[in-house]
Design a protein around this ligand. Sequence first.
Ligand code: MN
Ligand code: MN
Length: 463
Amino acid sequence: MYKKNAWEQYDEAELAKVEAFAAKYKAYLDAGKTERECVTEAVKLAEAAGFIDLDKVIREGGKLEAGARVYRNWMGKDIMLFIVGSKPMQEGMNILGAHIDSPRIDVKQNPLYEDEGIAYLDTHYYGGIKKYQWVTIPLAMHGVICKKDGSTVTIAIGEDENDPVFYISDLLIHLAADQMSATAAKVIEGEALNLIIGSQPLKGEEKEAVKANVLKLLKDKYDVEEEDFISAELEIVPAGKSRDVGFDRALIAGYGHDDRVCAYPSMAAVLDFEGTPEYTLCAVLTDKEEIGSVGATGMSAKYFENTVAELYNSVHGYCALGVTRTLQNSRMLSSDVSAGYDPNFAGVFEKKNAAIVGKGVCFNKFTGSRGKSGSNDANPEYIAQIRAILDEANVDWQTAELGKVDVGGGGTIAYICANYGMNCIDCGIAVLSMHAPWEMISKADLYEGYKCYCAFLKGAKAF
Ligand code: MN
Ligand code: MN
């Protein structure tokens, strides 16, 4: 149903399903605070759902038949799930895509210092953040430290209630006259995002005794040295679990809804698919969207195309033209969060074309900024097919743009996948306070997103 409030159509049985799906999503969100953790969780869920590792199939030179369920873990930061269809792959796949990296604060390569009895880690933020939102809140540290001997230490500190947390200080209001008159971009500057990690000196140590104590603790607990920060990837994120919001518990506040609120239901729709589909089904959860889909794990890398080629080889035997046709003839929902209409900031939205929280999954014909620059502009022929699928499956959905014309804008992975010539449209779930430490979404929108993805996997067809 187009532009209806989703909550109004639920009976008791459906409400129970909305709540049950939200509970599974929150568990995923709490377990996956980084792209790596999201992939680790996804592998567990995939294996529990009978998916096998495509790399194992490749190593053994195995063959896959219609109905085969496989996943591929790429560098521990991307995951792709496939169910092989009964039609030849050349007729295109039904693909769900979303990203699992989220805005955060990364630790620098040479981070550790001491200043007047406090030990800090120097940081460089990742993605677009309002830096002033990340001070004076409990922060957790997640990531890996890779050592020269080839071993990797996995870090997750600050989530258990008995764990310590980390903290970035702000200036007290009493002395903040100058700061309060600065523009919001300057209130907290990037180089002021210094993470407090200790303040107790090592007994008997004369120089930089607090830093020495921290290094001793790191050595004792994790067997790492100061130089090991050089080959670490440590991500600082808000500490704690996602929480229901409101007397009615209809919303969820959580870290990293952008874009795990699309990634989780995309993955779940493939995991929950029963039997053999007509077309090959795929969910791709990717890294590095927030900084431009760069690097070996970003959507601009060839890992997805290469994996489709491997899958094609395992199903049909390798054929370069077959892989080209598979990608070109595919249909994709490229999901990323939409800016939810916020009555507190009504001025930046154009209400007829804004995503309203509670009105279901949101479709964006285009994104981008300043005359649709940088966007994927979906074909209306394809949009018409999707409208039919959504209405047939009784999905609540809406359409939106990211704010008023020329107010701002943003990009997604859609244009990258569209480079293959496949039909691709941006869609996703409305978020309030996008890129804040705690973002907010509606449980109804999450559930309608899941229904949408399930209907798309079953219903999308080659033109
Ligand atoms: Mn984002
Ligand atoms: Mn996003």
